[in-house]
Every structure is written in C-alpha cells, then in structure tokens.
Design a protein around this ligand. Sequence first.
Ligand code: GRF
Length: 198
Amino acid sequence: MTLPIAVCVSGRGTNLQALIDAIAQGRLDARIVFVAASRKSTPALDRAIAAGIPSRAFPPAANGGRDAAQTLMAAAIVGEGAELVVLAGYDRILCDGFFARLGDIPVINIHPSLLPAFGKLNGMTVHEAVLASGASETGATVHRANAGTVDEGEILVQRAVPVLPGDIVESLAQRVLAVEHEILVEAVSFVSRRAVAT
Ligand code: GRF
C-alpha cells in the first residue's frame, strides 16, 4: 500500500526533501499529498512547490491565532486524505485541537538527539547542550507525537551519532542531520508496513 502522508514544516525543509527524494528514487513507498507550513515564505514550501506537491501556509496571525490555525491545518490534512502526519522541523507546539481534528491519523516527529536525552530543546540549542554536557554520543530519534506532550511518545527509530574531538555546533548538527534524513525515511516505511499488518 502506498501510504499517503502530510508533512508539516517551518524552515529549510531538508527532512522534507529527504522524503521527496526517497519516494522519487523508489526507496520509500509513500506519497506526499500535502505540505503544511507554520509560516509563509519558507524554503520548505519552495521545495514542496518545486516537487509539485500541494502546499499551504497556516500563519497564526492570518488564521485567528495558533489554535485556530492548527485546527484548520489538521482539517486540510484530513481533506487531502493523509494517513500519516510527519512533523519535519515544525517549530510550534501543537494544540489539542490539532490532534482531535486528526482523529486516528498518527503523527510522528523527528528530533535531533537520542531521546529522552536532550528533549524539549529547539534547533541548535540541542547540539549546544550536547557539547556542553561532554557526552561522547548523541543521535536522532523519530517518535510518535501525542497531544499534550513534547518530544515524548513511542520511539520508532533511533540512531546514535558520535561526538568527535573538535566538534562545534555546526559540525555536530551536520552529522546528526545526515542521520535524521536516513531514519525519517526508515520511520515512514516502518509506519507504512505496520499499517498494512494491522
Ligand atoms: C531538524 O534538525 C529536526 O530534527 C528539527 O528541526 C530541524 C529541521 O530541519 N525538529 P529541516 O527543516 O528538515 O532542514
């Protein structure tokens, strides 16, 4: 079964691109039916447009505030027929109304650390915290996202990444990002196969 998925984005969209490329190269049996952005004019939306994927921005200011914008976003996701929602760099906490409107459609999130370590941190602050802690390894995690929680939920795929001597935030972030792109594709594939089995 080719899984119809929606991808929620906010920024540069390299994880979205990893999914687009994996599908185009036949490595992932899925179809991106919709890309939803928390704001206008992000590189991630440009990637969706370039790939011919229906997309829309839901900026809170233009949609009655955060909760109304996210509920509208969920309604659009349902309307496009998605059976999985992938949070790929979506930078806002999702309201209960978003999950309620999705009903049984599962939501997964990618986070650039070995959860539960270094959860609830955003962007480069994750890597800063890893370096400051002196940890010898970090990694990336794809997990289920549920209403009322941040960076929690069933872990689907997780992979370690070494912290190397001389690493700075940028070098570590780059090494982790390459692994994010791999495990996000694996996680979508895993959910897709699990959907067939149940
Ligand atoms: C990634 O590091 C992801 O783990 C985090 O936000 C970043 C998004 O990067 N949640 P991109 O927009 O996919 O390039």
